[in-house]
Design a protein around this ligand. Structure first.
Ligand SMILES: Cc1cc2nc3c(=O)[nH]c(=O)nc-3n(C[C@H](O)[C@H](O)[C@H](O)COP(=O)(O)OP(=O)(O)OC[C@H]3O[C@@H](n4cnc5c(N)ncnc54)[C@H](O)[C@@H]3O)c2cc1C
Length: 351
């Protein structure tokens, strides 16, 4: 079976910031590289805050998360890796030849010398509105994420949630939408103090402690939402209002789970894979990087994810080719960059 599969030097599971930078770096280290992502899109957790400005990556001036995804994907594609979307990796087995096979939920198998797990906290799913039969509205006017503010222009928007994203979306939509109402099941908002203050001083209508109890509409569109007040024990009171709405945005947080990876025999704590200073897991040839990897002084930020990726890839390289240990591997020593620099108009003496 294995000899019918194409062998890769490094297979990277998870196409968030760590996996994308590892894909680039692995190509730079002349490894045949495959990246596998469970979702239909790359970027990982950055997709949960697409409009947020990122300020704290070295050398990167304030950049929106969706723009950073674009740059990371373009960079990851530099060495033409194989990129597989819509496949959640579930199983790991070792072949008699020592190489590894990972199998996805679709049953597809991927054959590799080394494996890098950059799976974050697992496949990310939005916590859904807990009401019967509302999934059908997800293709029209029930949203779990905001990618295009313009679609809400002159609309009556109801936002449910009390975290950063709910408060930020409310503030961003206030000048665009016809009316913005926020319902939250607690009296206090968990968003940044400054943002909550801005929301409180705006025209945004705030209903706390309220929840959405029911939505009504046609087969395709929600037209009204019944919101109900909660008592101190979180139980619904009879105070109900029926709000006409053009769109509902739900921000009840994210759920993620490492799923079947927890059965692989990796040393883990509740949410992380434990690694040593080479980013090696307890399974030979298997590395971890980014939010999923835990070691002392770990930084669970983009900067940490990028550093982990480079460290893990370098050790995967020497796992395959021990004599590569002392290779120089800064970008200027990879021949491909000479041509790319030339294309960018870099003078010959500076190539
Ligand atoms: C609201 C918010 C704001 C943030 N703001 C900042 C900031 O301003 N600056 C900063 O530095 N950091 C910020 N962070 C943290 C930063 O987003 C994370 O540190 C970073 O995304 C970690 O990248 P990662 O690649 O390790 O994991 P993730 O981004 O979580 O990506 C993991 C990927 O793996 C995929 N995956 C999981 N399991 C499987 C599987 N079994 N098979 C296939 N694919 C799988 C997932 O679908 C996902 O795409 C923020 C985080 C949040 C939540």
């Amino acid at each position: 079976m294995t000899n019918t599969l194409e062998l890769y030097d490094l297979t990277i599971v998870g196409g968030g910031p760590a996996g994308l930078f590892a894909t680039f770096y692995s190509g730079m280290r002349d490894m045949k590289t495959k990246l596998i992502e469970a979702q239909a899109y790359l970027g990982g957790r950055l997709n949960s805050y697409p409009k947020k400005m990122i300020w704290d990556v070295g050398g990167l001036l304030p950049t929106r998360a969706d723009q950073l995804i674009e740059s990371l994907v373009a960079q990851a594609e530099t060495f033409q890796p194989t990129i597989v979307l819509n496949q959640q990796i579930e199983q790991l087995e070792r072949c008699p030849d020592g190489h590894l096979i990972v199998t996805s939920h679709t049953g597809e198998r991927h054959y590799t010398r080394t494996l890098l797990l950059s799976v974050g906290y697992g496949v990310i799913k939005f916590s859904k509105l807990d009401l019967a039969d509302v999934e059908k509205y997800e293709v029209t006017n029930l949203h779990y994420s905001v990618t295009d503010l313009e679609q809400f222009r002159q609309k009556r928007v109801l936002i449910s949630g009390g975290g950063n994203s709910a408060v930020d979306w409310a503030n961003e939509l206030e000048p665009i939408a016809k009316a913005v109402t926020v319902v939250h099941r607690r009296d206090q908002f968990a968003g940044h103090e400054k943002s909550v203050k801005k929301m409180n001083q705006s025209t945004i209508k705030i209903k706390t402690p309220y929840i959405i109890r029911k939505v009504n509409g046609t087969q395709t569109h929600i037209q009204t939402a019944e919101i109900t007040k909660l008592n101190e024990d979180g139980e619904s009171l009879d105070t109900t209002e029926n709000l006409p709405v053009d769109a509902i945005i739900v921000n009840h947080g994210l759920q993620s789970d490492l799923g079947q990876l927890k059965q692989w025999g990796l040393e883990m704590d509740e949410r992380h894979i434990l690694v040593n200073d080479k980013l090696e897991t307890t399974i030979d040839g298997v590395y971890a990087a980014g939010d999923t990897a835990k070691f002392s002084n770990k930084i669970n930020l983009l900067a940490g994810a990028f550093t982990d990726a480079a460290v893990a890839v370098n050790h995967a390289k020497t796992y395959i080719k021990p004599e590569a240990k002392n290779d120089i591997f800064i970008s200027s020593h990879n021949a491909i960059f000479t041509e790319k620099n030339r294309a960018l108009g870099v003078p010959e003496e500076d190539l």
